[in-house]
Structures are given as C-alpha cells and as structure tokens.
Ligand binder design. Structure first.
Ligand code: MEV
Length: 322
C-alpha cells in the first residue's frame, strides 16, 4: 500500500512541571529539584502537502513563518526555526496542532512542554530520530524565546518526567522517588513574566553578593535534602524544606500578596508544607497535604484560585507515537 501525505502523523506529548525546591537559585548554579505533573501538552504533526507550515490551535490556523504565528507561538516558532536551520526546510509542508492542558503563564512549564513536544514531533515527522540530549538542545531555543535566560530545568523535567535533580553544570539526574506522593497545585490566575523576574533576582544578587552566595549554597543543600526526603517518602521533612524555602523566595521578591494569601489558606489546613513554584510574581503554589486532608485543602484554596488540582508525580516524560 502506498502512503498518502495524510497517513504520516506523529503525536508527541510531554508533561508540565513543578519546582519542588531551588527555583531562581538554579539560574545561579545551585542544584534544584523538579517533578513532572499530570497535565501535558500534545503536539500532532502531519504532512499535508501544502508546502507551508500550518499551526492549528483552538480552532484557528496560523502559517509559519508569519508574524501571527511568531506572536502567538514564540516557543514552537523558535523551535521550528532551529530545526529548519539544522536539517533544512520540510519541503512538503506540515500541519502542527498544539493541544495544551497547562495554562500559559502559570509557572507550570507550559513553554517547556510545548517546546519539547514540538521539537520531538517535527523532527520525527522529518524522519530524524534524535537523542533526548539533541531534543533538549532544540527545545531550549523555544524556552529561551520566552524566558530569556532559562537554566534548562523545565525542559529537562518535561523531557524525562519523574523527579529530576538539576544544576546547570551537572545537568539532569533522574531521582528514584516514593510513589503515591500527592501534591496540590493552585494557579493564582496571574500570569508571570519569568524573564523579568530572573532579571530582578539578578539585581538582588548584585546588591547583596555575599548573602546571595550563601543562599545559593543553602538552596543546593535543601535540594539534596529534598532528594533524600523524596527517596525515603519522608513527607514531613519534605514539607519542612518547602516551608524553609518560601521566606527566602519572598526575600528575593518573587512572591506577592495573592500568593501569600493562597499560602496562608493552604497552611490553615493540615499540610506538611507549601511554597510558590517556578518563577513566582504570579504563577502557582504547591502544597504537600497531610494524608487524608487533600479535599479539605483544595476547598480552602478554591476561595482564591479557579484552577486547583491534585497530582501524583508521573514517571513518563516525552512520549512519541507514529
Ligand atoms: C522556572 O520554572 C524556574 C526558574 O528558576 C527559571 C529557570 O530555572 O529557568 C525561575
């Protein structure tokens, strides 16, 4: 049987992420720990013979290259540019449909997940089978288009799934973790600008270099302790680490009133720990509930947030089907 253009379809999906401990300090060479979540981005690439690259998202079509495609999809557009630069243009044209379960600007790694899934789907439909390292390098172009100077932790977590210990110099190390750890996530509804937040933290570093250097060291220490707690399933200690990290994030200026109120709501329930996750300035918080209290904590969080959910840590990262 001969293949028509329509027969060639690749579906790639990858998860969003939470930072358990170490955000921002990871940009300054500290270790950080991140985990995949149960919300994913799916990219469906198909060869359609149009000789154009077409994005389909929420029922609207955008052609690439084109200002609308770049404006609405800076991450996948940058990933496509990188792929075409490396491997040449896809002469037949293709359609790329992006379906996301992760709200944009929620600090839950939507741009990394879009970048990873696009890099995987588009290279595979062009006949390239790339290693995780190569997909990571391409996906980082999409992440950089949104975040300016990302550490790479979001991309690595989306790619590998599970729990990842990451530093810029040593890269990503998958961590064995106790299964069944339930984490609650609440989005403040205010999208954050990671690039601006990274720059404002760099100013704090400039103003207080010694203090900042100690905080980078502490952040690495807490991250290694968190790995230990995750391996042993020591949730009270993991929660304590989250609670220690939060005031430090507050001091570097990445929390705000809304996030503080959400954290207060969470803590007035029975929880082991709570903190913001990701860049802050908006975005989301994570909460580690005590056994049997998740429902009660979710109810409290719903007073401040319209987007609250519970996740176990999925082992699966990038998944590609052809
Ligand atoms: C964003 O999820 C985490 C930050 O540390 C930025 C980064 O590491 O790329 C704020």
């Amino acid at each position: 049987m001969t293949n028509t253009h329509e027969d060639v379809v690749v579906t790639a999906s990858s998860p969003g992420k939470i930072i358990i401990v170490g955000e921002h300090f990871v940009v300054h060479e500290a270790y950080a720990v991140a985990a995949a979540i149960n919300k994913r981005v799916t990219v469906i690439a198909s060869k359609d013979g149009t000789r154009k690259v077409r994005f389909v998202s929420q029922g609207r079509d955008y052609y690439f290259p084109g200002t609308l495609a770049r404006r609405f999809f800076p991450a996948p557009s940058s990933v496509m540019n990188e792929i075409f630069e490396r491997f040449g243009k896809c002469e037949e044209g293709m359609s790329i449909e992006i379906r996301s379960e992760i709200p944009r600007g929620s600090g839950l790694g939507s741009s990394a997940a879009v970048s990873v899934a696009t890099a995987a789907a588009v290279t595979r439909i062009m006949g390239k089978k790339l290693s995780l390292e190569e997909i990571s390098k391409i996906a980082m172009k999409g992440e950089a288009a949104i975040h300016g100077n990302p550490s790479g932790i979001d991309v690595e977590t989306s790619l590998r799934g599970g729990v990842v210990l990451f530093s810029k110099s040593s890269g990503a190390k998958p961590i064995a973790f106790e299964k069944g750890i339930e984490i609650l996530i609440a989005f403040s509804g205010k999208s954050r600008n990671t690039s601006a937040l990274i720059s404002s933290v760099a100013l704090i570093r400039k103003k207080y270099p010694n203090t900042f250097a100690h905080l980078v060291e502490s952040s690495s220490f807490l991250s290694l302790q968190a790995v230990d707690a995750l391996c042993r399933g020591d949730l009270p200690y993991l929660g304590a680490i989250m609670n220690i990290a939060q005031p430090i994030l507050d001091w570097i200026g990445v929390s705000n009133d809304k996030l503080d109120r959400m954290l207060e709501d969470a803590r007035s329930g029975r929880v082991f720990g709570a903190k913001i996750t990701g860049a802050g300035g908006g975005g989301s918080i994570i909460v580690l509930p005590r056994p049997g209290t998740a429902k009660e904590v979710i109810d409290r969080l719903e007073a401040e947030s319209k987007y609250v959910f519970s996740t176990l840590i999925p082992q699966e990262g990038l998944k590609v089907e052809q």
